[in-house]
Design a protein around this ligand. Structure first.
Ligand SMILES: Nc1ncnc2c1ncn2[C@@H]1O[C@H](COP(=O)(O)OP(=O)(O)OP(=O)(O)O)[C@@H](O)[C@H]1O
Ligand SMILES: [Mg+2]
Length: 425
């Protein structure tokens, strides 16, 4: 998994005995950038971010690689940046995947309990029964997420192991992705010398980074607003109940600004980040900004309110699409914790205010609070997915009860880690 390139944080604390660190790496290939995060589990069992890398990249569109070489180079650069910061080299990674090729649906399974008391193997059997559905050959199953169990007539059970009964049922959410899209993302990653240990749904990883268990129980919708897509995941009663991906994101707002203000794309992008507000009425009527002209060095003075008027309809349209998707899920009444935004485009000024207006629910921006270490660097919401990936890795490693500290166990861990994902998926 790792090789110390310098002393490394753990090594410097342990001059005599070099303890193998428990490292995890997450790779998020977005439509605008590649981010790479390396985390380490510290002595208090907390995840500490020890290395991050981010490289602009346009090699991915709508969750599908459109330029293998550019994507590979960007991964390599982000990885090296993160490794340099961490002082370790990594050779395995968790990879996120998203976009409109992702589909999810419900399935059910039922098994008879032979020994009266439900065991771990009964739970595994019932999940196996639920995943026995025909998946087209051009799709791959990414996750099988148990929602709730039922033991005989008793419903809404979250942990059935140890209970008495004769019949165990489960309902699960199955998430699948397009085979070609997944394979091409894996190919780019492997071309950099990395092995992909698991592939995780992008918005599932983002939600892990920002949602608390209480919020999942109360019901919450997480919207990861990226450059090219807005990805939705809905939790109700503690588990994933719905996912969707809309092909609209921050890039569309920048395009509108470029056309509306007749300014180059790069200037539109900067103007959006610095001055745009989703609700034009929140902007001071008098305030003006300088806007570069296309092809010239001259700038023009434009009212900031006018910029708001360009941005507002696009953001309103995006939020209405998300609102329609939430209504279509049938879960709108279950969102006690409201809507939580993350992803780079969620930083747009006025988004929360417009969100409250469109959704008529509590709306907020998510904060990445579950990790220590380089918190300030990864606080930005465009790191939510990559940070969520290493949280996912740690959670699933814990389930396998792996002893990490001994060198000989390191390879064994990954063997088990891989088997775990093979079993779950
Ligand atoms: N301060 C800001 N205000 C508004 N928008 C912003 C701000 N900072 C970044 N963005 C926008 O966020 C978007 C990038 O977000 P992010 O990094 O989450 O996307 P991505 O992961 O590359 O794309 P995707 O998830 O769609 O594949 C860009 O459109 C960028 O313009
Ligand atoms: Mg993204």
């Amino acid at each position: 998994m790792w090789k110390a390139t310098g002393e490394g944080p753990q090594a410097s604390q342990n001059h005599m005995v070099r303890i193998k660190p428990r490292l995890f790496a997450g790779l998020d290939i977005g439509s605008s950038k590649v981010s790479f995060v390396i985390g380490q589990v510290n002595q208090e069992e907390r995840l500490e971010i020890i290395g991050v890398g981010k490289t602009p990249c346009n090699g991915m569109k709508n969750g599908v690689v459109i330029d293998i070489e550019a994507t590979t180079q960007a991964i390599l650069k982000a990885k090296e940046e993160a490794e340099l910061m961490a002082g370790y080299q990594v050779d395995r990674v968790l990879l996120s995947i998203g976009g409109s090729h992702i589909k999810s649906f419900d399935s059910k399974g039922m098994v008879a309990i032979t020994n009266e008391e439900i065991s771990e193997s009964d739970v595994k059997r019932v999940i196996d029964a639920a995943k026995a559905v025909a998946v087209p050959s051009d799709r791959e199953v990414l996750h099988i997420l148990p929602k709730k169990f039922r033991v005989d007539e008793q419903d809404d059970i979250s942990a059935p192991v140890g209970m008495s009964g004769v019949r165990l049922e489960v309902s699960v959410r199955i998430i699948t992705g397009g085979h070609t899209a997944i394979q091409n993302a894996v190919k780019c990653t492997e071309r950099t010398g990395l092995k992909v240990d698991a592939i995780v749904l992008e918005q599932l990883a983002s939600a892990l980074a920002i949602l608390s268990e209480d919020e999942k129980d109360l019901g919450a919708a997480v919207v990861d607003m990226g450059c090219g897509t807005s990805d939705l995941i809905i939790y109700s009663n503690g588990s994933v109940s719905y996912t969707a991906s809309l092909s609209i994101g921050g890039r569309h707002v920048s395009n509108d600004i470029a056309v509306g203000l007749r300014t180059p794309q790069s200037a539109a992008e900067e103007i959006k980040k610095k001055y745009a507000c989703a609700l034009a009425s929140l902007v001071n009527e008098e305030e003006s900004i300088e806007v570069p002209s296309v092809g010239g060095t001259k700038t023009r003075s434009v009212l900031r309110r006018h910029l708001g008027e360009i941005v507002e309809p696009r953001v309103e349209e995006t939020l209405n699409f998300i609102h329609n998707e939430i209504q279509a899920s049938g879960l709108a009444e279950m969102l006690g914790a409201g809507i939580i935004f993350t992803g780079g485009a969620s930083q747009l000024d006025g988004l929360v205010e417009m969100g409250e207006f469109v959704f008529d629910l509590p709306v907020r921006r998510g904060a990445i609070t579950k990790v220590a270490g380089l918190k300030d660097v990864v606080r930005s919401p465009d790191f939510a997915t990559a940070v969520g990936l290493i949280i996912y890795a740690k959670d699933n490693a814990a389930k396998n009860a792996v002893v990490w500290e001994q060198e000989s166990k390191v390879n064994q861990f990954f063997h088990r880690f891989k088997n775990f994902f093979r079993e779950v998926n």
